[in-house]
Design a protein around this ligand. Structure first.
Ligand code: GDP
Length: 694
């Protein structure tokens, strides 16, 4: 009852999934033999399928590590290449093709490769075995098969026939055993033949007496003995399961010669299979304690590491995802509570105040007549018209869209910040997903919100009623606003003086002013001469004229002049601002009826009203909706709708967590393996005890 082999193969598969550096050396059956000795045919007869690369050229260029897994509970037969991840391959022609391709992928210059191809075959018709097919020894070497190839193959085989592996030395019956490279190689590492089985192929090609003599092996004795086979596929076999055909053919052959039924003569593929199973099982039994020791050491090491590095804290991809999303929702909630009406109002007001400043600058402060404004008559149509124009510029500037967009931008900025925090640096695609659905929620709310805002402020486009209190507040705000603006003007002027240099800047300013004067003079004179038609005038230059011309001819750096013009502008703007602040503080601006004299205050009052209304609707339509929907979307899209494999992938994006998971998994699998091994050890001991009693 072959159990050890099966269990240990299972154990090896588990261990392979945690690492490939072979901590665990399970004995395998290594198949060696000359080219054309019939190696492939024997292997295929054991497996029951044609699946090995064939061709006149040498086709086995890489070792094939073949694991046969007996699956009595099903009819399904298939191969699997664990390194390729192709899944189940049911068509053995396809297995053959894949092996051929993998072999051919070895570059010609390299001849043979030491990297094994892993192949697992599952079938109810095979025993549990691990076999390694190696490139056949070559005898002759010609131009196509150079000496180095011969050597490389020999080295590769030497590496594999070491302990604890079992050597299957394949020799053809029609070739003198003295010349068998397989037996020669085996003898070097296993002189008594304790772990070598001789397989004599092509028994049908020699006389029965000769064949039987070989199998009795008096010349080259092997402890495990020789088995003769006939494993050629009979010509009438057809496709499909060929074991039957081969074995029937073989059985018929050996039955036809009584000599093969004698004692001490072992023949037939079925016998070979049984022998392999027995020998491997025994070898596994001998290796068991060594394996237990190796796994125990590995397990202790990973337990220790897990304790030291993670204090035995267990993690799962699921818990990591849940924690990450919880902390995201948590910081989102913090933000949501901190970003209420007052904060939105501040944002919107700041934006609208900037608009007020822009309108004032464009409509009033750049108007040369602005200095005359305080002395204008109350019914001066010029200023009355201007104040209405300015108010319209503010109310009709697309406040709905602009304020909504502003709040959306603030929200998105904040989402960007939230998703830049740890550990989202490891999860760029999750971050993108979060930002995408955040902006999706906001986009869905955008139009209704901006339309609502636009609707509520519609009345102000026609008329703005102002109470005394609102007016006083507006005046106060506008003064503060203008003072800030003035401060900024002064600061810029100072900075420029420092950057350019006081003297240099003053000289450049003088130059700019002189040039302007000179140009003015020239145009004046041209106008005069055009008007009067008198020639002589342009010729009579005063002393001042000459001096001015001198000045303007001096060369100045255009960049410096640009700075000088800027400085002049700032100087003028600061002066106007001072006048306007004074005007706003004057008695004239104490009552709302004088709004045309105090446009800054009036625009501020409007801005305040717009702000109030906009914020009210943005709060209800946009903010509340977003704050409500976002955490639900996080749950739906990043937790509930995510497949387990995606959770794993997400968690492993974080390298620290990946390591943690790896070590934890390694420890768990080693524990599982250890349990299985302990069971096998107990069983083995029981059996030994029974044998002793018996
Ligand atoms: P490999 O190069 O060692 O893998 O040898 P193959 O299995 O490819 O076989 C070489 C040749 O020997 C093929 O033409 C096979 O058909 C043939 N052959 C294999 N086994 C037998 C056998 O038992 N009897 C006979 N007559 N021919 C065989």
């Amino acid at each position: 009852f072959m159990m050890l082999t099966k269990k240990l193969i299972e154990i090896r598969t588990i261990l392979m999934s945690i690492d490939h550096n072979e901590t665990l050396k399970l004995p395998s059956i290594v198949v060696i033999g000359s080219q054309s000795s019939g190696k492939s045919s024997v292997l295929e007869a054991i497996v029951g399928h044609e699946f090995l690369p064939k061709g006149s050229n040498m086709v086995t260029r890489r070792p094939i590590e073949l694991t046969l897994i007996h699956t009595p509970e099903t009819d399904e037969e298939y191969g699997e290449f664990p390194q390729l991840g192709l899944g189940k391959v049911h068509d053995f022609k396809q297995v053959q093709k894949t092996l051929t391709d993998l072999n051919l992928a070895v570059p010609e210059t390299e001849c043979v490769s030491n990297t094994p191809i892993e192949l697992r075959i599952y079938s109810p018709n095979i025993p549990d075995l691990t076999l390694i097919d190696l490139p056949g020894y070559i005898q002759i070497h010609n131009r196509n098969q150079p000496e180095t190839l011969k050597q490389k193959i020999e080295e590769l085989c030497e590496k594999y026939i070491r302990e604890p592996n079992i050597i299957l030395a394949v020799c053809a019956a029609d070739v003198d055993l003295a010349n068998s490279p397989a037996l020669n190689a085996s003898r070097k590492v296993d002189p008594l033949g304790l772990r070598t089985i001789g397989v004599i192929t092509k028994m049908d090609l020699v006389q029965p007496e000769v064949g039987a003599a070989i199998l009795r092996n008096s010349d080259y004795p092997l402890h495990l003995g020789y088995i003769g086979v006939v494993s050629r596929v009979p010509s009438n076999a057809g496709d499909g399961n060929m074991t039957g055909a081969v074995i029937r053919n073989e059985e018929a052959f050996f039955r036809s010669n009584l000599i093969y039924n004698q004692r001490g003569v072992n023949v037939g593929t079925a016998t070979l299979r049984r022998k392999l199973m027995n020998v491997l099982e025994q070898s596994m039994g001998r290796s068991l304690y060594g394996i237990v020791d190796a796994v125990q050491k590995e397990l202790e090491e990973s337990r220790y590491q897990f304790k030291v590095q993670y204090n035995d804290r267990r993690v799962t991809a699921e818990s990591y995802v849940a924690e990450t999303m919880d902390s995201l929702k948590h910081s989102f909630k913090d933000f949501a509570t901190s970003f209420g009406k007052p904060q939105v109002r501040h944002e919107v007001r700041t934006m609208l105040e900037q608009r007020v400043l822009d309108i004032c600058a464009e409509t009033y402060w750049s108007d040369p007549k602005v200095s005359e404004l305080p002395k204008a008559l109350p019914d001066d149509i010029y200023w009355l018209y201007k104040v209405d124009l300015s108010a319209a510029a503010l109310t009709k500037s697309g406040v709905g869209r602009a304020t909504t967009q502003l709040v959306v931008d603030v929200l998105m900025n904040n989402m960007e910040q939230l998703t830049s925090a740890e550990p989202f640096g490891f999860h760029p695609s999750a971050k993108k997903q979060i930002l995408d659905f955040s902006s999706e929620i906001l986009r869905n709310k955008f139009l209704t919100t901006s339309d609502q805002v636009e609707n509520t402020i519609k009345p102000f486009k026609y008329e703005v009623e102002v109470t005394d209190q609102e007016w006083a507040e507006g005046v106060r705000r506008s003064i503060a606003l203008l003072e800030r603006e003035l401060e900024m003007c002064d600061k810029l002027s100072d900075q420029m003086r420092i950057a350019v240099g006081k003297k240099k800047l003053r000289a450049a300013i003088k130059h700019v002013l002189d040039t302007e004067k000179e140009e003015q003079r020239r145009t004046d004179r041209a106008r005069l001469s055009a008007e009067e038609g008198v020639k002589g005038i342009s010729d009579s230059k005063t002393g001042e004229d000459v001096e001015l011309e001198e000045v303007t001819r001096t060369h100045y750096n255009p960049k410096l002049l640009e700075k000088a013009r800027e400085a002049l502008f700032l100087r003028d703007r600061a002066m106007i601002l001072k006048y306007r602040i004074a005007a706003l503080k004057s008695r004239q601006c104490k009552i709302p009826d004088n709004k045309q004299f105090c446009p800054e205050a009036f625009l501020n009052v409007i801005a305040e009203k717009l702000t109030y209304n906009a914020v009210m609707f943005i709060q209800v339509e946009l903010l509340n909706e977003f704050f409500f929907q976002f955490p639900r979307e996080v749950d739906n899209r990043l937790v509930y709708e995510v497949k387990p494999s995606q959770l794993q992938a997400f968690a492993r994006e974080n390298p620290a967590l990946g390591k943690h998971l790896d070590l934890q998994e390694r420890k768990m699998k080693l524990e599982e393996v250890m349990d299985k091994l302990n069971y096998l050890v107990r069983r083995q001991q029981d059996r030994q005890a029974k044998t002793k009693v018996g």
